[in-house]
Design a protein around this ligand. Structure first.
Ligand code: UDP
Length: 474
């Protein structure tokens, strides 16, 4: 008798990692007859994260084993970059993960899947004698750069950001030096060494899962199949299995819809509200927040804005706080802003149920930091974007969305080069919400939405790709 396949998925801390892993688990369980155990590493900093895990178990569709993090404070500089922190956490968790997965009372997996930061645990798949996959919950261009970085490390001299020519990756779009992802910004930093290591480890899996669909990046996906291009570096199959995103109603970590917010949204005209939100970690400086507030007000468009206290320290500062929802926006927004915009805008401190908001018919645009989950949530709801990349690989995502796919607008001067002024913010908001160009962009995003929905349907590309993964056993 052939037993039901069982996938073990190792998930690193952070909402941006947990969300696509839970969606992958749902897909495997509901569409491919696979049982799943998620091994979730707990960083204990995010309330939203623990609430999301709780919500994922009611009703229960898979087993979730939380792996408490050992004390790593002695191994890390408190100011270490997020990539360094995650890499150290995932390295130190290996003994606990190994014991948990090999425990006698836990069901033996027939497939091991790790996320981007879990590649050091791939050898556990060999120990178990099962196929091992890496789930890069991102796009193919980012994967290309990541697996290529060990080569660039040998070929390129000096800092990447100081290069005068764009970085060439066989078979895909050039990467402008200023667009490289955060770990490549300083080659002397530990996060760079970790990133090069990860880039070298991914191709040692038996396959790579990407949270995209075939028609989103056909050229880059083809380059992975061509041995004269990216296929030279990655000899294992790349499976576009997405877009895997949460559906509305399940978006709020508490499972509750915020009454006031949705009552207000229900009263606004169709596609008239711009949603401004910078992911789970994004923060702005005080100066930039002031310009953002004025830009929104001057645009005279309706808005919902998820705000966090400003900080000049780093653009991903909210990853390092506990995500409490009790701050007072009037203490850092321009004087009178809340009163003047009372009838056209809502300011939500810290966290909002993003998927429910993006899927509401009154939403007409998304001012986004271009995290990959947010990007997919926007596309799948047919919402055009204003791209405001802050950290990680978001500068590349922004270029992909605005220059290649044509579903977003970007500022003339990028936000990482200094403060973007209120007039520019007003221009972008009006472009997407009221101008002719906005209509064309909306048309393109709706086309993409349709191709994404089709890819996920039974018998189509993403469905088939995940079926292939589900059916591989050694
Ligand atoms: N998110 C949310 N409410 C917020 C901020 C973020 O629900 O106020 C969710 C968002 O819908 C997305 C995830 O958190 O699913 C953020 O992931 P993404 O990859 O976009 O960015 P990251 O936070 O990892 O930078």
């Amino acid at each position: 008798m052939i037993s039901q396949p069982h996938a073990a998925i190792l998930c690193s801390p952070g909402m941006g990692h947990l969300i696509p892993v839970i969606e992958l688990a749902k897909r495997l369980v509901n569409h491919h007859n696979v049982t799943v155990t998620i091994f979730a590493v707990q960083s204990n900093t995010s309330r939203a994260e623990s609430e999301l895990l709780k919500a994922a178990t009611s009703p229960k569709f898979c087993d979730i084993i939380e792996l408490p993090l050992p004390d790593i404070s002695g191994l890390l500089d408190p100011d270490a970059a997020i990539v360094t922190k995650l890499s150290v956490m995932m390295r130190e968790i290996r003994p606990a993960f190994r014991s948990a997965i090999l425990a006698e009372d836990s069901p033996r997996p027939s497939i091991l899947i790790v996320d981007l930061f879990g590649t050091e645990s791939l050898p556990i798949g060999d120990e178990l004698g099962v196929p091992k996959y890496v789930y890069v919950a991102c796009n193919a261009w980012f994967l290309a750069l990541t697996v290529y970085v060990p080569i660039l490390d040998k070929e390129v001299e000096g800092e990447y950001v100081d290069q005068t020519e764009p970085l060439k990756i066989r078979g895909c779009s050039l990467v402008q030096p200023e667009e490289v992802c955060d770990p490549m910004l300083n080659r002397a930093d530990q996060q760079y060494l970790e990133y090069v290591r990860i880039g070298g480890e991914i191709p040692r899996s038996d396959g790579i899962l990407l949270n995209i669909w075939k028609d989103l990046q056909p050229k880059t996906l083809d380059a992975f199949k061509d041995e004269s291009l990216l296929g030279r570096v990655v000899k294992v199959p790349v499976y576009p299995i997405g877009p895997l995103t949460r559906s509305a109603q399940s978006a709020s970590p508490t499972g509750l819809r915020d009454g006031d917010l949705f009552n207000w949204l229900d009263k606004q005209p169709s596609e008239s509200v711009i949603f401004v939100s910078l992911g789970s970690g994004g923060t702005l400086t005080y100066e930039q927040m002031t310009e953002m507030a004025w830009g929104l007000e001057l645009s005279q468009q309706r808005f919902i804005w998820v705000v966090r206290p400003p900080t000049s320290k780093r653009t991903d500062a909210a990853f390092f706080t506990s995500g409490k929802g009790d701050d007072d926006p009037s203490s850092y927004l321009p004087e009178g802003f809340l009163t003047r915009t009372r009838d056209i805008g809502l300011v939500v401190p810290i966290w909002a149920p993003q998927v429910d908001i993006l899927s509401h018919p009154s939403i007409g645009g998304f001012f986004s930091h271009c995290g990959w989950n947010s990007t997919l949530e926007s596309i799948i709801n047919g919402v055009p974007m204003i791209v405001w990349p802050l950290y990680a690989e978001q500068r590349m995502n922004a270029t992909l969305l605005s220059d290649e796919l044509g579903v977003a607008v970007r500022s003339k001067v990028p936000p990482w080069k200094g403060v973007v002024e209120r007039e520019e913010i007003k221009r972008m908001v009006r472009k997407i919400m009221v101008e002719e160009d906005g209509i064309a962009i909306r048309g393109k995003v709706n086309e993409l939405k349709l191709s994404a929905v089709k890819a996920l349907s039974q018998g189509d590309s993403s469905y088939n790709a995940l079926s292939q993964v589900a059916s591989t056993t050694k």
